[in-house]
Design a binder for this molecule. Structure first.
Ligand SMILES: *[C@@H]1O[C@H](CO)[C@@H](O)[C@H](O)[C@H]1NC(C)=O
Ligand SMILES: *[C@@H]1O[C@H](CO)[C@@H](O)[C@H](O)[C@H]1NC(C)=O
Ligand SMILES: *[C@@H]1O[C@H](CO)[C@@H](O)[C@H](O)[C@H]1NC(C)=O
Ligand SMILES: *[C@@H]1O[C@H](CO)[C@@H](O)[C@H](O)[C@H]1NC(C)=O
Ligand SMILES: *[C@@H]1O[C@H](CO)[C@@H](O)[C@H](O)[C@H]1NC(C)=O
Ligand SMILES: *[C@@H]1O[C@H](CO)[C@@H](O)[C@H](O)[C@H]1NC(C)=O
Ligand SMILES: *[C@@H]1O[C@H](CO)[C@@H](O)[C@H](O)[C@H]1NC(C)=O
Ligand SMILES: *[C@@H]1O[C@H](CO)[C@@H](O)[C@H](O)[C@H]1NC(C)=O
Length: 619
């Protein structure tokens, strides 16, 4: 009874506050939306010349679009328009009944209420308003150890028990809403992985920042200590390097390593990472406090190389408390023997490891003999490491989630199929944009991801086929999105399907150090991961993250040189796991690794980087 009454009051408050806040929000949303996504601006034309591309596909290009001026920005591409229309239909009364449908803007606008203008809803009773987002009929599964039944969350929302159920929903909307946007994963986390995660959360709670244990360990500064091994809490401090894709890959590897070695993962986020992700661990923080003794001068601590080279006796029992482990590919010719038990035995003696890397080094953990068995128990399906850990760790912050969910609902929610295109062009290859575009078409047509264009101007009416496909293009260059959009606007498709092309943002060059850039990058990665099929570029960590989060095996575009479209244009990956680009070259005895598969059946050379390693599932 009481809860019902409270609920009513809360609801009324929401109504009143909503009616005041709503017009502000709409304005705010529109302003933000427009400033953040710049679709097609700056594009003027694409000259699709014949070149030497002989492929039938490119004939389409040639015939269709010799000097195509960009189409007007009408239709759905006028985002202002869409959002305005949607906004008109929002009634404060959320009478929507059942279903998983992602339709209205109710969800979006409520999100904004919390996201956009912090503090404005502060006097609204949290408990009664927050869980109101999303569809009504959650499938309540019994969630173990849930202290508050009133906020209990279904197993579907928890991604089959991967996520802890004890978070406040409002603080991180994406955590429990992602299931509305992504199909349920066919890959289930093992019970053992789930128990390891819950165990880790417990440990993090007890050892995290601002706990006694934390102060005790970090307070030692650079003094050495004999008590290291005995100290209860050990830490792994992660330092960012390289772009967002690399960072997400190394973070997940670091987290796995932390779990396996009973360390607490703490991240040193600069301003470019702050506000990007939610806190992943309940009742604690993964952010390294700024008073960490080596916040700035982390490069000055004793290095892993020295530690390994020196005779342990030179330390006379006073081992370093802090150790820098640099696993960046450029650092030591990737000859660090990190994957060897004797190295691991040494590392185990140090209380705080400061780790910096730009690599997905998770496969090397599978090479560590003492960890192999544990890993197999955690991941019976070996190609699901990033899929599970990525979905566990990386929840877009409310700001980022606002962008993702609004974009999704404006463009992708109602289409029958979503094709993600992630195009990274390396300057060194000097491949003209139209060659890449031709390659994309050759690939999508060959694998029936997109229909061919109808060159005969035949009489098929598009009305016959109501299938609507969306192509989401992520690239630094606008030419791809515009080129595709133009093609599919000029001609019908042979199947009569309607193709819509969207490119959320493009920046012409990659930057690595500002927060808005990373939020946009995360938005694109996440949107790609919500697609039904993916086409990605070689060696792109951006693509790896999207494919693994989405549980997708993408088609990967082959390297094109000059104006020749490669044949075959693309190749399907054998596993959704990211590639470890610069793996160890030697085994622990110092012998060159000739054939990794002979040593480790679950590891193969990557399709896109021959010398790289990736995990595969053996079925
Ligand atoms: C493309 O069309 C524009 C305007 O129609 C024209 O000014 C330009 O010269 C054309 N470019 C090429 C390469 O044909
Ligand atoms: C978008 O649509 C709105 C509303 O119809 C219109 O006022 C505005 O001019 C359009 N913007 C562009 C760039 O087409
Ligand atoms: C608003 O909703 C009504 C029915 O609820 C629908 O007919 C109408 O098309 C919607 N308008 C917009 C702009 O979506
Ligand atoms: C929601 O309820 C509808 C109708 O009762 C049902 O068909 C649907 O399966 C339910 N969805 C979930 C996620 O339980
Ligand atoms: C929700 O989706 C189902 C199919 O998934 C569809 O039958 C139903 O009409 C949709 N409801 C609304 C309100 O869009
Ligand atoms: C740590 O090392 C620096 C020099 O590297 C020294 O100045 C400082 O006093 C040391 N701090 C402690 C607590 O030993
Ligand atoms: C409509 O498109 C779908 C998907 O490509 C295709 O399977 C189907 O044959 C098409 N229908 C017609 C009438 O062409
Ligand atoms: C490596 O060994 C595997 C398993 O025996 C074999 O299938 C594969 O062809 C070998 N690869 C190379 C490059 O020799």
């Amino acid at each position: 009874m009481e809860r019902k009454g409270l609920g009513f009051v809360g609801f009324r408050t929401l109504l009143i506050v909503g009616s005041i806040v709503f017009p502000m929000l709409v304005t705010f949303t529109l302003l933000r939306q427009n400033s953040i996504f710049d679709i097609g601006e700056g594009f003027s034309k694409i000259n699709v010349m014949g070149g030497r591309a002989k492929n039938a596909v490119t004939d389409g290009l040639k015939g269709g679009a010799k000097n195509v001026t960009a189409p007007t920005r009408g239709e759905v591409h006028n985002e202002t328009h869409v959002l305005e229309k949607e906004a008109q239909n929002v009634s404060a009364e959320d009478k929507r009944g059942a279903g998983q449908n992602i339709t209205g803007s109710e969800v979006v606008l409520k999100e904004n209420a919390r996201v956009g203008i912090p503090g404005i809803l502060e006097d609204t009773p949290q408990r009664n308003t927050t869980p109101d987002v999303g569809p009504k009929n959650y499938s309540y599964a019994d969630v173990e150890n849930d202290p508050s039944p009133s906020t209990s969350i279904g197993n579907v929302e928890l991604l089959d028990g991967l996520l802890a159920s004890t978070f406040d929903k409002g603080s991180c909307l994406s955590r429990y809403q992602s299931y509305l946007y992504r199909k349920p994963s066919p890959y289930k986390p093992s019970p053992y992985l789930k128990s390891k995660l819950r165990h880790y959360e417990h440990l993090h709670r007890n050892c995290g920042p601002h706990t006694k244990s934390y102060h005790r360990t970090m307070g030692t500064g650079n003094r050495s200590s004999k008590k290291n091994v005995a100290s209860k809490c050990k830490y792994l401090v992660w330092i960012a390097s390289n772009g967002l894709g690399n960072r997400m890959l190394t973070l997940s590897s670091a987290f796995l390593y932390a779990m396996l070695t009973d360390r607490i993962l703490l991240v040193r986020f600069g301003t470019d990472m702050v506000g990007l992700f939610c806190e992943p661990f309940p009742d604690s923080s993964w952010l390294l406090p700024k008073n960490f003794p080596y916040w700035k001068n982390w490069k000055n601590v004793e290095t892993y190389e020295n530690f390994r080279k020196n005779d342990i006796n030179t330390y006379k029992g006073f081992l370093p408390s802090f150790l820098l482990v640099n696993l960046q590919h450029s650092h030591d010719g990737h000859e660090n023997f990190f994957q060897c038990d004797n190295s691991q035995d040494l590392l185990q003696k140090v209380a705080v490891l400061i780790l910096t890397s730009d690599q997905y080094f998770a496969p090397s953990l599978f090479m560590i003999p003492s960890l192999k068995q544990e890993l197999s128990k955690m991941f019976p399906e070996k190609d699901t490491i990033f899929h599970h850990l990525g979905r566990y760790l990386f929840h877009p912050s409310n700001d980022a989630w606002g962008l993702i969910s609004r974009y999704y609902e404006a463009h992708l929610a109602k289409v029958n199929q979503k094709i993600g295109l992630q195009i990274r062009v390396y300057n060194t290859h000097r491949t003209p944009h139209q060659t890449v575009l031709g390659e994309i078409l050759a690939c999508t047509h060959k694998h029936k991801l997109l229909p061919e264009l109808d060159m005969q101007k035949s009489v098929i009416s598009p009305l016959k086929n109501q299938t609507l496909k969306a192509v989401l293009v992520a690239s630094l260059f606008s030419e791809y999105g515009e080129g595709l959009r133009t093609l599919y606007m000029k001609k019908h498709t042979v199947t009569g399907e309607i193709i819509k092309v969207y490119q959320p943002s493009h920046e012409e060059r990659q930057r690595s150090n500002d927060n808005m850039h990373n939020i946009k990058a995360l938005t694109e990665i996440y949107l790609l991961s919500l697609c039904d099929a993916l086409i990605t570029s070689q060696k792109s960590t951006f693509g790896y993250v999207a494919q693994s989060l989405g549980g997708l095996k993408p088609w990967i575009l082959q390297k094109a040189y000059g104006e020749t479209i490669p044949d075959p244009p693309c190749q399907r990956l054998m596993s959704m796991e990211p590639c470890f680009h610069y793996p160890p070259k030697h085994d622990c005895m110092g012998n060159g690794i000739v054939n990794i598969t002979l040593l480790f059946p679950h590891i193969r050379n990557c399709e896109d980087v021959n010398s790289g390693f990736k995990l595969v599932n053996l079925s």
